[in-house]
Design a protein around this ligand. Sequence first.
Ligand SMILES: *Cc1c(COP(=O)(O)O)cnc(C)c1O
Length: 446
Amino acid sequence: MIKKETTTVDCPVPFEAGVDTSLECARNLDQTDALKHFRELFYLPAKLDGERSKCVYLTGNSLGLQPKKAREYIEAELSDWQDLGVEGHFHARHAWMPYHEFVTDMSARLVGAKPIEVVVMNTLTVNLHLMMVSFYRPTKTRYKILVEKGAFPSDQYAVASQAAFHGFDPKDAVVELCPEPGADTLETEKIIETIAGMGDQLALVLLGNVNYLTGQAFESEKIARAAHEAGAFFGLNLAHGAGNLLLQLHDWQVDFAVWCSYKYLNAGPGGIAGCFVHEKHAHSFDIPRFAGWWGHDKKTRFQMGPEFSPIPGAEGWQLSNPPIFQLAALRASLEIFDHVTMPALRAKACRLTAYMQYLLDDINTRVPGFCRIITPRDPAQRGSQLSLKFTGESKKLLEQFKAEGVVCDFREPDIIRATAVPLYNSFEDVHRFCQVVKKFAQAEEN
Ligand SMILES: *Cc1c(COP(=O)(O)O)cnc(C)c1O
């Protein structure tokens, strides 16, 4: 039935022409899936039209689902607040004073970092600004920032406003990497050539990993090396990478990274974000940074002195005492990741995505060109997301999918993103989604 093969990439590509496209086959894949029980740890939304049957939720890349434990963990903090008042800072079951430390080791394992390199704080765009304060330090000649064309708008605003803040014209200072004519995604060699070409004008390379629109994952290690050879810093926006890809931020020599926790990490809407600062900068107390009391040396923080003395490592970039309820939700979620481990998740993710690609390819052989996958076909160059362009009007199609109980999302100008995440999506989910696509493909054909 399903043929397995191994390739040079970090996961097998298990589906090739001739395999069974039946629902029964999808159910068999679920039966033999070692991670199938983790679905039960989450609330799957009811069908969005109000019926109580479960929908096929393929937008875990946009807002992850609620871990059932999140409520229990938040309620524990509510009741400790009720019972203890201010004493909760020290005597809550999970004391609030060091609360952010309870997620440090789990966050470090998630992104391939040492504990001293990570901290959970603020929200993503805030952290991006804080990191650029420290790692975008332009001079008269070296002031350019290299980003992907069509980067997430918040990132575009952040880099443009940082350039302007330093007195540069963003149109000159911010340089965009564009795909070759006719291509949807970027080639590593081209990225590296561009970096080398910019040479000593280049101050910072900032990429999303995965790109939110195309689903392309970049070869961070190679690009980091090229950026450093040019004398620039290398930063990653992991909004779509954390909890999705296998990351080795420390080994890759990434200077800094930021991520949000409400997408793949399932910590709830607007959840608290993550931040990575490479160990090599842990004791760089002389570089500019915006400071706050929570980044101050823990031993002397409450002496309330006027001199800022930062904690070594990422924690030294903290500003405020953190939101405990958000941290509680994140704890509930990260415990699941820590239990499953990223390699196991990534292996299943590769299979789910390859299965989706296989079924969509099958539809395309029947109705040529109905659905074009713009995400790279090589599993090493993508995460769980597939970005799709349809011959029909995508916005309308999305609504039609929703009426069938399938939730994907739309991004301008014409892209539908479908993401099966390994913690709670099943092969049957993927099959149901593709059956819906098939239905509209056939309608198109007639
Ligand atoms: C989701 C996302 C953001 C969101 O930023 P917030 O500060 O969390 O609102 C930023 N950048 C990218 C690439 C994203 O995917």
